[in-house]
Ligand binder design. Structure first.
Ligand SMILES: *[C@@H]1O[C@H](CO)[C@@H](O)[C@H](O)[C@H]1NC(C)=O
Ligand SMILES: *[C@@H]1O[C@H](CO)[C@@H](O)[C@H](O)[C@H]1NC(C)=O
Ligand SMILES: *[C@@H]1O[C@H](CO)[C@@H](O)[C@H](O)[C@H]1NC(C)=O
Ligand SMILES: *[C@@H]1O[C@H](CO)[C@@H](O)[C@H](O)[C@H]1NC(C)=O
Length: 823
């Protein structure tokens, strides 16, 4: 009859396990939480428990999303002090503090509340906030302690980033060291407590990116943070607090903001349940111009300009010499010196479309109007600029800047107005009413006549072009939709024949992927390059159609400009601007000519190509994948600025499509990403691969495919060779011998090699995007370690199928191929 106690024990055990599996959201003073147990918030959104991150065996107390299969930790208690076994116990002590202790009863983490509690309860809320409250306070938000005050790397909805001056708290996000180690890394996101506060991203003590102060609608430096269907946000700034917070419009959406150490970014993501994955909503910094202070004082960063840094109007580079070498750090100074003594000798000039400068030395009064603001700024010689602090409606409030204006960039649509102090001479130039009226009249006359002229011209050339295209089957008879895009000059065949001297062999520049290219001279003296599509190729019509329609829409300093086209019967030609300095391969692969391209020049070329490609991938209205980026497709203008050519094989995508599959592989041996060459999978990341190869070629002066010829011993291609040197710790040996070895340039060379290896990694998802590449080229932040590159092993089954068997000089080793894959 001993079964009774036994049954009792079993029942107790069952009850105990029942209790474990029954989700509880809180524990009281008499309870503890051991490793293995968890707290689950009431509606089951979040879970608190012990976990081991990544491949680590260390144990941490943390909070994660309950319903997301891939554990996404949003908060960690003992970030700096892991427990190395499963002995961790969470207790609430008599003073009302939470303690985390290990096997030897050492406290590895604790809270430190100044308030004493009678009946402390630790509760996990459905917001993801872990709070300690006193039972007697009921459900009031008068917490003794809350995890939201001590963020890790994740900002959840309703969580504040910023300052509480009463408690002295500064809530900031800090990245994890890496996915195995949640201890604070070097990235920090927080609010800078100036008179006119703004959020910023730091690496250690160096500021990487500034989001700009609040302007009533959003923040000045992040125009994409605006009214949206997913979340509301605000910056609160008063005597007690300064903080940023966002709230979800639909509480069922799962959205988070995280700091990622390895990518140097703040990322906003939303969980897509149907696809079981996080989708990026936005990232900051976004582009090269977001690099803090890139253009120096009074420099304006214009992302579509090349170079991106320009002095503001009325300013000139402080050091012309450095500025020309693209060292913008010294910034700009007033073209005419400012003398502050005499109030009549200066005033303010209005600039529009800007991100307002760094607010470290600023002043704010939200009840002043613009006129009072101007008067106050004028009276203080160190006040360099002012504007409305709130741009809603007609604008209100007053913000002023003292000292040099730093970190300005242009946002043509969403930018703000800024009034900058200028000497009288500049203002007269800008504001003299007589001149102004004369200018307006003259401008109107010009505009009207230009409109009449252009209108006529377009009408004529459109009709003619359309007729021609219809005749040659490029567009259908009723293809009105396309017609709208066809504002492209049309050249007569006779004009082209005359310009190229009847396609004389003397004028032949080379052989592109789809036919020969000729130099031409128009009657008005303009030099042109004419690409004559080879008549034998059936592929021509499609590619031509693509190229005409696409390139006409693309305008960037680093892309070759299409001037027009010519279609007559079977003849199809493209007319480009002429590039006097041929192509990049003409220089870098030639022993003598390569000396003409010193390192600063090469680095400039690398930057230009990167920006051109970024524009194709991201900034142009269309999303273009080049698919045949190589040295011979990078042309050089008279100043040796690089321009990418030959988008004939590019595919256009709708806005969000980034990847495609094709059974027609186009590209060039030695530049093709493995997934593209073998599986026909192309994406912006396959272009990044080609860019990586090109980058390595520019640094080394050697062809990726040519290397094995020179170096029979290794039988390696350039990538494999560079990778081996990298692994052996002597990456610089891949550098072109004709480049010097000054310390300053070696770090750039090393960085370029590092970036190129990141670009040629085997897995497309490991490769950086072009926007990251542009950022990496322009900053000195540390880079992730590259994984093994994807080698494209040459395979005889990939027979080049090219129409013309004779390849011209500089492109001999790289034959553009178009082939049908057996799939
Ligand atoms: C807790 O805070 C009090 C004062 O606020 C301080 O004296 C004490 O040293 C702190 N304890 C710990 C463990 O940080
Ligand atoms: C909130 O989002 C869910 C799906 O995410 C949707 O089913 C629901 O209708 C939305 N609610 C509102 C009020 O929009
Ligand atoms: C802000 O401006 C208002 C109106 O001009 C003025 O009354 C107020 O004193 C100013 N506040 C500060 C802090 O200067
Ligand atoms: C100008 O403004 C600066 C910064 O606010 C201040 O330190 C300085 O005293 C002011 N000078 C005058 C003459 O008001």
């Amino acid at each position: 009859m001993n079964t009774l106690p036994f049954t009792f024990i079993v029942l107790n055990l069952v009850f105990f396990f029942f209790q474990i599996s029954l989700a509880v959201d809180s524990i009281t003073r008499s309870e503890t939480m051991t490793d293995g147990r968890t707290l689950v918030s009431k509606e089951g959104s979040f879970e608190l428990g012990f976990f081991s991150p990544g491949s680590s065996t260390n144990r941490y107390l943390g909070i994660w999303y309950k319903n997301i299969p891939v554990r996404a930790v949003v908060w960690v208690a003992n970030r700096r002090n892991p427990i190395n076994d499963s002995s961790g116990i969470l207790i609430i002590n008599g003073r009302g503090n939470i303690l985390l202790v290990n096997r030897s009863k050492t406290v590895v983490w604790s809270t430190n509340s100044s308030k004493q509690a009678q009946n402390p309860v630790l509760q996990l809320l459905d917001s993801g906030n872990l709070v300690l409250r006193d039972e007697k306070d009921g459900n009031s938000e008068n917490y003794l302690w809350q995890s939201f005050d001590y963020p890790s790397d994740t900002l959840l909805p309703d969580m504040k980033v910023g300052w509480d001056s009463k408690s002295g708290l500064n809530r900031r996000l800090s990245s994890w060291k890496n996915s195995d180690d949640p201890s604070p890394g070097s990235l920090v996101w927080g609010l800078e407590l100036h008179n006119y506060p703004e959020a910023a991203l730091w690496r250690g003590s160096a500021i990487l990116y500034r989001a700009g102060p609040s302007n009533g609608i959003g923040v000045s430096g992040s125009p994409d943070l605006k009214t949206n269907p997913v979340f509301d946000f605000k910056i609160v700034n008063n005597a007690d607090e300064s903080y940023f917070v966002y709230t979800l419009k639909n509480k069922t959406v799962i959205s988070r903001l995280t700091l990622n150490e390895s990518h140097d970014v703040l990322r906003r993501e939303t969980w897509i349940e149907a696809e079981k994955m996080w989708k990026t909503y936005a990232t900051s910094p976004k582009d090269y111009c977001d690099v803090y202070g890139l253009c120096g004082a009074y420099g304006n960063c214009i992302i579509n300009e090349s170079p991106v840094c320009q002095c503001l109007k009325g300013f000139k580079p402080k050091s012309q010499e450095k500025w020309e070498l693209m060292d913008w750090s010294q910034g700009c100074v007033h073209s005419e010196p400012l003398s502050c003594q005499d109030k009549h000798k200066h005033g303010f000039v209005k600039f529009v479309g800007l991100k307002v400068p760094d607010t470290t030395h600023s002043w704010l009064n939200e009840s002043m109007n613009l006129k009072e603001c101007r008067a106050k700024c004028l009276n203080n010689c160190s006040c360099m600029a002012y504007t409305n602090s709130d741009i809603r409606g007609g604008g209100s409030g007053c913000a002023m800047w003292f000292g040099d204006l730093i970190d300005i960039r242009e946002f043509p649509v969403a930018g703000q107005v800024l009034y900058i102090r200028m000497p009288a001479s500049e203002i007269e130039r800008k504001e003299d009413p007589k001149v102004k009226i004369a200018v307006i009249i003259l401008a109107s006359v010009l505009v009207v006549s230009a409109m009449i002229f252009v209108g006529n011209y377009i009408l004529r050339s459109r009709t003619k072009l359309k007729e021609e295209m219809e005749r040659s089957g490029i567009i259908g008879q009723n293809d009105e939709g396309r017609d709208e895009d066809m504002e492209l000059p049309f050249f007569d065949l006779s004009t082209i024949t005359r310009a190229t001297d009847d396609f004389s062999i003397d004028n032949k520049l080379g052989e592109g992927g789809f036919g020969p290219v000729y130099k031409g001279l128009l009657a008005d003296g303009q030099q042109i390059a004419v690409k004559r599509l080879s008549m034998c190729s059936g592929q021509g019509v499609n590619e031509f159609k693509n190229e005409v329609l696409l390139i006409a829409k693309l305008q960037h300093r680093n892309l070759v400009k299409l001037l027009g086209c010519c279609i007559q019967g079977v003849e199809k030609m493209l007319v480009y601007e002429y590039m006097p300095n041929k192509s990049l391969d003409f220089f870098i692969f030639d022993q003598t000519r390569s000396r003409l391209l010193d390192w600063p020049r090469r680095f400039q070329i690398i930057g230009g190509i990167a920006r051109g490609l970024l524009y194709l991938h991201q900034d142009s209205r269309l999303r273009i994948i080049h698919r045949d980026l190589k040295a011979s497709n990078v042309l050089l203008d008279s100043d040796m600025n690089p321009k990418i050519s030959d988008f004939g094989m590019a595919r256009t995508f709708g806005g969000d499509q980034t990847e495609g599959n094709t059974n027609k592989v186009v590209g060039t041996y030695g530049y093709m990403a493995p997934e593209y060459a073998f599986d026909g999978q192309f994406s912006t990341k396959s272009d990044v691969f080609s860019f990586g190869i090109l980058l390595l070629e520019i640094v080394s002066g050697k062809k990726n495919r040519g290397l094995s010829n020179q170096d029979h011993k290794h039988k390696l291609n350039l990538v494999a060779y560079a990778w081996r040197l990298w692994k052996e710790g002597r990456p610089l040996e891949v550098m072109d011998a004709c480049l010097g070895d000054s310390d300053s340039q070696l770090s750039e060379v090393l960085r370029s090699i590092h970036i190129s290896l990141l670009c040629v990694q085997q897995r497309p998802e490991d490769r950086p995007s072009m926007s990251s590449v542009v950022l990496m080229l322009g900053s000195e932040s540390s880079l992730p370690q590259p994984k093994e590159p994807g080698f494209f092993i040459e395979n005889d089954s990939y027979e080049p199928h090219s129409c013309s068997s004779k390849q011209e000089s500089s492109t001999t080793n790289e034959i553009s191929i178009t082939l049908l894959e057996a799939r």
